[in-house]
Design a protein around this ligand. Structure first.
Ligand code: BDR
Ligand code: CA
Length: 319
């Protein structure tokens, strides 16, 4: 029987592989992947970004146990960008990367393979099935592509949180994930696949307003102990353009599960590497006849929050 996407029968479960740098919003993106029954989180790979690799990996391991997704492998990747000095963002995410939230030490082992090998093996072993999402600097993805360029053919889709077509946040021109490793981003965008680029223009629609914060607290201990503290930790002192923190990385996971919440356009994206004031800028050409990206531009904000809260509410945190 013919039916529209997601309307008359359960959508097929999508396998999601998340490369991330937790990170306040990365943690909430992991939570979304853990809670959505339409997603199967097949692995978490970590990269240095918001804090150093030791911190992002520790956080991923702790979050795995707190969310009771013990069977999901966690593999550690690159601790430095391809060629630049590391840029971190403790001023946004706190010294640990998780703001004021303190989780129990992890007890389960880390994956023996590196993130690079884990990414390659996992995608190669399930061709056409893995939705790859990257919510940190693109160093691991670039290194995996250097080793196995056929990843571009084997993934079901590739989505990043990064870039923008208007403004930056790390600098006036550059968004943090691209700014932190522009050479990796340039390799990734040039690899011959379609990169869904969830940039700041989109994610700044997913704002934690006071009303959203109240909804978070209503989740119970998961909300009061983790979700709301993470989502409100950063008080943006420099910008009065919006009212609250944006859950950037959550949007990237949401796109895989609910693309109908997003209105998108194809574009060609190039990465500025040399600009004196613009290094790490994503230069987005919506008129190119050689697009390499899909750029979500508008978010169904109410539908997004309804979806996210329903999925988060499925997770029973470890007591
Ligand atoms: C991105 O940078 C990081 O600080 C966040 O985790 C997000 O991935 C937003 O610019
Ligand atoms: Ca991130």
């Amino acid at each position: 029987m013919w039916h529209r996407y997601g309307m008359t029968s359960a959508a097929p479960v999508r396998k999601l592989l998340l490369d991330c740098d937790p990170g306040l919003d990365d943690a909430l993106a992991i939570l979304l992947a853990a809670g959505d029954p339409d997603l199967e989180l097949v692995g978490i790979t970590t990269v240095g970004g918001n804090v150093g690799l030791d911190g992002t990996t520790r956080n991923a391991l702790q979050l795995r146990e707190y969310f009771q997704i013990d069977g999901v492998p966690v593999a550690a990747g690159a601790d430095q960008p391809l060629s630049r000095a590391a840029e971190t963002a403790e001023h946004v995410h706190g010294a640990s990367g998780l703001g004021d939230v303190v989780l129990a030490e992890a007890t389960l082992a880390i994956e023996a393979r590196s993130a690079i090998d884990f990414l390659i093996d996992t995608i190669r072993d399930a061709p056409g099935q893995i939705h790859l999402v990257a919510t940190g600097p693109l160093t691991n993805i670039a290194l995996a592509l250097r080793q196995e360029p056929r990843l571009t053919e084997w993934v079901a889709s590739f989505t990043i949180m990064g870039g923008s077509y208007t403004r930056g946040n790390a600098t006036p021109a550059a968004e943090f994930n691209i700014f932190a490793d522009p050479e990796a981003a340039a390799e990734v965008f040039a690899a011959g696949w379609t990169v869904t680029m969830i940039g700041l223009d989109l994610t700044l629609q997913a704002i934690v307003t006071d009303a959203v914060g109240e909804r978070m607290k209503a989740l119970g201990p998961l909300g009061t102990d983790l979700v709301e503290p993470l989502a409100t930790f950063w008080k943006n002192p420099l910008d009065d353009q919006w009212d609250g923190q944006a859950l950037h990385d959550v949007c990237a996971v949401a796109f895989v599960a609910r693309p109908e919440l997003f209105t998108s356009k194809p574009a060609r994206v190039e990465i500025e590497l040399a600009g004196e004031f613009t290094a790490g800028m994503t230069v987005v050409d919506f008129h190119s006849d050689a697009p390499n990206a899909l750029v979500p531009m508008r978010l169904d904000v109410a539908g997004f929050w309804d979806y996210v809260f329903a999925a988060w509410g499925n997770v029973e945190p470890r007591g």
